[in-house]
Design a protein around this ligand. Structure first.
Ligand SMILES: [Cu+2]
Length: 71
């Protein structure tokens, strides 16, 4: 299991954070997530055999947000 912290642009309220959490939690391979509007980021616990970092970013971007993976 690995943890990823992703910076997210485009959130404007706590509802956005909840929307993104819901998008992440339905992804196969995502075991847990927490999304903070205040911090503008998500912390994702995931199984690297089932999903990779670009896959996690894609799940976030499906909601219309911009995900920035750590360099
Ligand atoms: Cu919002």
């Amino acid at each position: 299991m690995k943890t990823l912290v992703v910076t997210i642009e485009g959130m404007h309220c706590d509802g956005c954070a909840e929307t993104i959490k819901a998008l992440l939690d339905v992804e196969a391979g995502v075991k847990a997530s927490s999304v903070s509007f205040k911090d503008g980021s998500a912390r994702v616990l995931y199984d690297p055999a089932a999903i990779d970092e670009p896959g996690i970013a894609a799940a976030i971007e499906r909601g219309g947000y911009k995900a920035k993976l750590p360099a």
